[in-house]
Design a protein around this ligand. Structure first.
Ligand SMILES: *Cc1c(COP(=O)(O)O)cnc(C)c1O
Length: 379
């Protein structure tokens, strides 16, 4: 393969376009330095760290325009852990899932494997499209992903008609959406995410905006020793009630990664100081549209998601004509310092994928498209 060197003047200032872990801004790393001797390496049960957790909870409530009776709850283990927490602590008997990619499938698989839950009802559609769960009798939770990171599809977030009347919860995987896509939290009961996507911190934690109904459900499940005759053991690590009670004290059940907390806190402040959700989502929309427009114009690339209304402004996927091997583009970009542009491996397409979270500069996205053209012309 020819060694292609992109002229330095064409390169983006920052070459990180991953869908997660994603770009961490310099100011977030400087915040680590600022806390190098009095926050890092100190007790998470003391006020210094608890104030950071409190700042994250307050800042996220502001950013998400949280209804007054909702709460920000957090714990260790990432969104993946929250799937099991939801199975243990939020789904009473039976859940319905929208499945249209790897991440939405994983939560459904977790529920399917829980011996104390009934077989979930799956509403499935092809990768690159989206399907919400439909109203189903005897379902007590409706679950889908706001942003399907594996395909670059953004799904609507609104309660399923009739779901409230039947007392069902709406549980939304917002891992790569929160911070990048607009949302009305009142349409959800649990809107959960991890810090390493739009919040540009490190992984290892989950954060959830919970409604009073979700909190009631968690307490109800944990306090009933028998749910219609079925005994359920809730492993202490998967107890949402315990996470709620710790979060109310600005703590986590067990030791958190303090560096992640510091970087998350800095990012939430940065987002709020710049104009909050309206600013962040407009910035992501700008970056994404630069990529979609470039792909539409290009004679070798096209947006993977056919329906423009479903194209994500957080994670952009672009199919590459079979004449050019997308893997070679990815490798060449990486050699030139442009990182993590490959498609989702299990999707198996000749594809590029880009995280365009708020930390990414739209000007860098414009530079990225020029660099891809430069490489493609020479492959
Ligand atoms: C990244 C991602 C996850 C997994 O998050 P972890 O923090 O690695 O557990 C789950 N759902 C979606 C939509 C994601 O993008």
């Amino acid at each position: 393969m020819a060694n292609i060197v992109i002229p330095p003047s064409m390169l983006p200032e920052d070459g990180r376009f991953g869908a997660g872990p994603s770009k961490i801004r310099t100011e977030q790393v400087q915040a680590l330095d600022a806390g190098a001797t009095d926050v890092l390496g100190t007790s998470h049960r003391q006020s210094t760290v608890k104030q950071i957790v409190g700042g994250i909870r307050e800042g996220l409530a502001e950013f998400l325009q949280l209804p007054d009776d909702y709460e920000i709850v957090l714990g260790n283990g990432g969104a993946t852990a929250f799937w099991d927490i939801a199975c243990a602590s939020l789904i009473t008997r039976r859940a319905a899932f929208g499945v249209y990619g790897s991440f939405s499938a994983k939560f459904a698989a977790s529920a399917a494997s829980a011996p104390f839950l009934e077989e979930p009802v799956i509403y499935r559609s092809e990768p690159g499209t989206c399907r919400l769960p439909e109203y189903t009798e005897y379902v007590d939770a409706y679950c889908w992903a706001h942003n399907e990171t594996s395909t670059g599809v953004a799904a609507p977030v609104r309660r399923i008609d009739g779901s409230r009347e039947q007392g069902a919860l709406t549980i939304i995987d917002a891992t790569s959406a929160a911070g990048a896509l607009p949302v009305d939290i009142a349409q959800t009961d649990a809107y959960y995410f991890s810090p390493q996507k739009a919040f540009g911190a490190d992984g290892g934690m989950w954060i959830a905006a919970l409604s009073p109904a979700a909190i009631d459900r968690a307490y109800g499940i944990e306090h009933s020793t028998s749910l219609e005759g079925v005994l359920r053991w809730i492993p202490p690590f998967l107890s949402l009630k315990s996470a709620i009670e710790n979060s109310r004290k600005d703590q986590t059940l067990n030791t958190p990664a303090i560096a992640t907390l510091i970087m998350l806190h800095e990012q939430v402040q940065w987002l709020n100081n710049n104009g909050g959700m309206a600013w962040a989502t407009a910035r992501c929309a700008k970056s994404a549209s630069l990529l979609y427009q470039w792909a539409e114009r290009s004679d070798y690339a096209r947006p993977f998601v056919a329906d423009p209304a479903l194209r994500s402004n957080a994670v952009v996927t672009v199919d590459i004509d079979e004449r050019i091997n997308a893997k070679q583009i990815v490798t060449t970009l990486r050699e030139n310092g442009i990182l993590d542009t490959s498609g989702y491996r299990k999707l198996g397409r000749n594809q590029l994928r880009f995280g365009v979270f708020p930390s990414v500069e739209p000007a860098d996205v414009a530079a990225l498209t020029a660099c891809i053209d430069y490489v493609a012309e020479r492959l």
